[in-house]
Structures are given as C-alpha cells and as structure tokens.
Ligand binder design. Structure first.
Ligand code: CA
Length: 237
C-alpha cells in the first residue's frame, strides 16, 4: 500500500483530500504545520507528499527543502494562486507538480497518480530500445536509458516531470504541441484546469536549459526548436 502524507493546516481541505486518497486505496496521514510535516516525513516515510504552501510554523517551501535534503520524495504542491505557482517554479523549490486551489478531488487524485507513475517510470529499467535511445537536438542530449540530460556537454538535473515534458517535446521537435496534448501525454490528465502546470514546467525547463530551446506559440502551445549555429548548417550532428 502506498503511503501519502497530506500537509495542510485547513482542516476541511486536509480531511477531504485524505478521505479521497484513502478511498482510492492509499494509506494517508495528515500533518497540520511545518515542523509536524518534517517529523511525519521522517517517521512515516511517505511515497508522496501533498504539501500546502502556506503553513504555520514554517511554510511548505521550507518543508520541501528540509524533507528533500534528508530523503528525496515526490511532492505535489498546493498553491493558492497561479502566480504563486510561477514564483515557486522560479525559485526551483523542487516539487514534482503543482495544483492551484480550488481544485476538484478528481483532479487531485489524477495528479497524485500521475506523479507516482512518473516516479515509478523513472525508477524502472526502460523496456524497449526506443525508450533507451538517446535523443539529440542541437546542444541537447537526452539519455532516456539513464534519464540524464546534458546541454553543451554539461549535465542538467531535472525532476521526473521536467524530464518527461522535455522528452515529449524532443520526440516531437519542430512540432507545436498544445497545452492540452502535453497535459495528456505528460500528466495523464485531460482537463483544462491543469494547463497552467504546463506553463510552469516550461518555465522551469527554460531556467535550467536556457531560454532559446522551447518556443512559445501564443494561443497554441510549445515546440522544441534547435537554434541554428552561426554560418548555417544543421545543428544536430
Ligand atoms: Ca494553508
């Protein structure tokens, strides 16, 4: 049975989230403030933490930092506003996904399952040669077997979600993928309410890989495009 730690100081939300996840077969524990969350992460050893940002004691960012420093665990962050999500992504807090309040319990459980699936996928040995192939796009090298990414030969650390998103864009390079398509392919979630998560993770990728690789097509979506070297010629060797 997979264990989930729900960290939320609002009792109504904490209860609703915990009940839903328990009904879906997860073991659930609740912590209501920062210090309790860090202690529970240690004693309960959850497979995933659903973590509210604004908490008494110290906030979700600090919880995330302290917990990840001790033992890496996937985190789904609950944020109050879209701009709060952007801010957290900008800070590189290291959550695996973000969900903005208010959210439906259906969306929450879909996102929890998607994060757990991605983490499982990243831990399991890849099954087919297609999945282990190294994708190259200009300065970018994506080793799907070892799940390592390099830009100009330098290794860049990505979260499982960022890795899946980059892989999806790279396999379809030059093609504009809509937010809805990315949401379905990467997050396994077909719902308009999650499209902001796509934007936030694209921002995170740009921050880590440089701003020149992922192009925004306004009103449509994103595509991976490789900058051409000065003097022409194809960038992918
Ligand atoms: Ca709160």
């Amino acid at each position: 049975m997979q264990r989930i730690l729900v960290v939320e100081d609002e009792p109504t939300i904490a209860r609703a989230v915990a009940d839903r996840l328990a009904a879906e077969g997860f073991a659930v524990e609740i912590a209501a403030d920062g210090p309790a969350a860090v202690a529970a992460a240690r004693s309960y050893a959850p497979d995933l933490i659903v973590l509210d940002v604004m908490l008494p004691g110290f906030d979700g960012l600090e919880v995330c930092r302290r917990v990840q420093a001790e033992h890496p665990v996937p985190v789904l962050m609950l944020t109050a506003r879209d701009d709060e999500t952007d801010m957290l992504v900008g800070l590189g807090v290291g959550a695996d996904d973000y969900i903005t309040k208010p959210f439906s319990m259906r969306e929450l459980s879909a996102r929890v399952r998607a994060v757990l699936r991605r983490v499982e996928r990243s831990a399991a040995p890849p099954a087919t040669p297609v999945e282990t192939a190294t994708l190259r796009a200009g300065p970018l090298e994506i080793d799907q077997g070892s799940r390592r990414v390099r830009r100009d030969g330098r290794e860049v650390h990505l979260t499982p979600t960022e890795f899946e998103l980059l892989g999806c864009l790279a396999r379809n390079r030059g093609t504009v993928l809509t937010r809805a398509v990315l949401l379905e392919q990467v997050w396994d979630w077909a719902g308009a309410s999650g499209t902001r998560a796509v934007d936030s993770h694209v921002k995170a990728l740009r921050r880590k890989l440089g701003a020149d690789l992922i192009r925004t097509v306004h009103g449509v979506g994103y595509s991976l495009e490789v900058p051409q070297p000065v003097g022409g010629g194809r960038g992918d060797a």
